[in-house]
Ligand binder design. Structure first.
Ligand SMILES: NC(=O)C1=CN([C@@H]2O[C@H](COP(=O)(O)OP(=O)(O)OC[C@H]3O[C@@H](n4cnc5c(N)ncnc54)[C@H](OP(=O)(O)O)[C@@H]3O)[C@@H](O)[C@H]2O)[C@@H](O)CC1
Ligand SMILES: Nc1ncnc2c1ncn2[C@@H]1O[C@H](COP(=O)(O)OP(=O)(O)O)[C@@H](O)[C@H]1O
Ligand SMILES: [K+]
Length: 527
């Protein structure tokens, strides 16, 4: 599991060490980790270390101090280092170390700006150390102009962000333009939650956590990401004497005359995600199509009350005028069984929900949900603040909310938040969300009652619905990636994602080398 923290949490964890006079030692560790990462990147790109051109953009706070100390290490290894001081001051000890190591220093002025931007653009590495966890809002003044000029230029080398890309909010991932997109973010003491939520994740590139000795002081993480061994431990496995009913039956209320394919794709996703059986309820014409595509599915035109299942999937491919289907969706949501409520079910939700109801909106659907709750939002405003949006939606509705996107976020009401980024942009294809709903429905049917499995991982009963949704998002994302890799990185259809699920499941379930993972977890790149 990757744990991520708010800037405030990390700063609080630093406090006891700062009080003990260890501030400089913390900064030295951070700077050394940053410098080592730069060296690795240069070696990987085949650049000679001696004479490599490094430009550090250093703000006036401790983030700038980290950058200056790191650049001093790099200068001492024979690199040509330039510091651009973006504020009216600089970290005194960092600046002194940099100058002692032979680095060149420029102060940012309006006149010097075009030349300094050109120098940064021509460098082998640009280190962005303008703002870190102490930032208030985005970049301002000439620092903003410099970052804009570098962003607009054609960069020769790569960008490494110190702790976080300047302008990205460490807690929320909100990003006030301009932000220089990093190829790598080297972050200290623990990943910052803003690096694992869009749009912050767009700017962070790969994320590397450097331990600096504060780890034992960190509290419960603000955000979690399930990784291979977690997924392996959460995946349900059939007992030796399992039969189809004990494995879990999923009831699917999806599809309509207008969108029959959604029902098929939801069923295919569920069948490929290990469910014991799928019961489909819906119009006869849609049921015919489901039967033709998935003969394993048992179809009926009955009611929710007549159908014995362990979980429900409702809403995919349903419109506001599909009254019979909407009645079934409402009945399923009221049934006390776990439910994944997708697409067309979202406008038909009751006012008060519970954590075992998992809502799966994309940003546009979440904005509409907020409208109905009297909160003015649109797709863009949700996309600009995904973490705040998903948290607010869960706390406000009482449901578990999964917000789909390049990074998929899941929030338990008043509980844990997960961030999964296992997929590929090729997943942005029609019907992909229906397959995801099927996968989550299948997992709810199989694992929803297995409280013990989640307790072993420290997940409380009410929080397990979010863990199941995050597991579903991870499997779906990885299946999408596998499907694309099977065609050499080419495009995929939603059906291909479903087809790739069983093998993805098999591969994930083999990753249970938990002990080895735990020992290495602090130094692992996140992606
Ligand atoms: N504590 C430790 O020992 C360790 C800390 N570590 C490192 O320290 C970083 C946090 O450092 P920090 O607290 O000094 O804040 P930082 O992010 O450098 O920025 C604050 C400065 O910028 C200014 N400023 C603010 N907003 C601005 C804006 N929008 N536009 C322009 N300027 C703005 C603000 O000035 P003010 O506005 O207050 O006058 C202030 O001077 C952290 O991310 C990590 O890298 C590690 O080395 C581990 C040990
Ligand atoms: N850029 C992206 N990168 C990775 N995954 C993505 C991206 N865009 C969308 N996805 C994923 O693809 C799926 C799309 O779902 P959805 O928006 O409901 O599509 P549809 O309604 O067409 O089925 C979600 O699982 C989402 O997380
Ligand atoms: K930074």
């Amino acid at each position: 599991m990757i744990s991520a923290y708010t800037g405030t949490q990390v700063r609080a964890a630093e406090e006891p060490l700062l009080a003990a006079g260890l501030g400089d030692a913390l900064m030295q560790r951070a700077a050394r980790g940053l410098a080592n990462a730069v060296v690795h990147e240069l070696k990987d790109s085949g650049t000679r270390l001696s004479g490599a051109r490094v430009v550090v953009l250093a703000g006036k706070g401790n983030n700038g101090g980290d950058g200056l100390y790191a650049a001093a290490f790099l200068a001492s290894r024979g690199m040509r280092t330039t510091a651009v001081l973006t504020g009216d001051a600089a970290h005194p000890a960092g600046l002194a170390a940099f100058e002692r190591a032979g680095g060149r220093v420029h102060r940012l002025t309006e006149a010097a700006l075009p030349g300094l931007a050109a120098e940064a653009a021509a460098a082998d590495v640009v280190i962005d150390a303008v703002l870190g966890t102490g930032a208030k809002g985005g970049l301002r003044g000439s620092a903003a102009d410099l970052i804009q000029a570098i962003t607009d230029a054609h960069l020769h080398g790569f960008v490494v962000a110190c702790d976080l890309p300047s302008g990205v909010d460490a807690d929320t991932g909100e990003a006030a333009a301009p932000v220089l997109p990093a190829d790598l973010t080297v972050t200290f003491g623990g990943a910052k939650s803003g690096l694992l939520a869009d749009p912050g994740a767009d700017y962070a590139g790969r994320v590397l956590v450097v331990p600096i000795g504060i780890e034992e002081h960190l509290p419960e993480p603000a955000l979690r990401r399930l990784e291979g061994p977690d997924l392996a431990r959460l995946l349900p496995q059939p007992a030796r004497r399992a039969q189809k009913y004990s494995r879990g039956v999923l009831g699917v209320v999806a599809g309509s005359e207008d969108y029959p394919g959604a029902a098929v794709l939801a069923c295919r996703g569920a069948l490929a995600a290990g469910v014991g059986m799928v019961r489909y309820l819906g119009p006869p014409s849609v049921a015919d199509l489901v039967r033709q595509s998935c003969p394993e599915v048992v179809c009926s035109t009955g009611t929710v009350a007549e159908s014995r299942v362990q979980a429900w999937l409702v809403g995919s491919g349903m419109g506001p005028h599909d009254h019979e289907q909407l009645t079934r969706a409402r009945d399923a949501i009221a049934s006390d069984l776990p439910v994944v409520a997708d697409a067309g079910a979202l406008p038909a939700l009751p006012a008060i929900l519970a954590p075992h109801v998992v809502l799966t909106p994309h940003a546009g659907e979440l904005a509409s949900l907020f409208h109905r709750l009297g909160r003015g939002e649109n797709r863009e405003s949700v996309e600009a603040a995904t973490l705040g949006a998903v948290r607010h939606a869960a706390d406000r509705t009482g449901a578990t909310v999964l917000l789909k996107g390049a990074t998929t976020l899941v929030a338990a009401p008043w509980g844990a938040t997960y961030s999964q980024a296992d997929g590929t942009p090729w997943l942005a294809t029609a019907g992909s969300g229906d397959v995801l709903a099927g996968v989550i429905g299948a997992l709810l049917a199989q694992a929803g009652s297995d409280v013990g499995r989640f307790r072993q991982l420290g997940v409380e009963p009410d929080g397990r619905w979010a863990a199941i949704a995050a597991l579903g998002a991870a499997l779906h994302g990885q299946a999408g990636r596998a499907a694309s890799e099977a065609v050499s990185g080419g495009p995929i259809t939603a059906g291909r994602v479903a087809d790739a699920l069983p093998e993805t499941w098999g591969k994930v379930s083999m990753l249970s080398n938990y002990g080895a993972w735990k020992r290495n977890s602090h130094s692992q790149p996140l992606r």
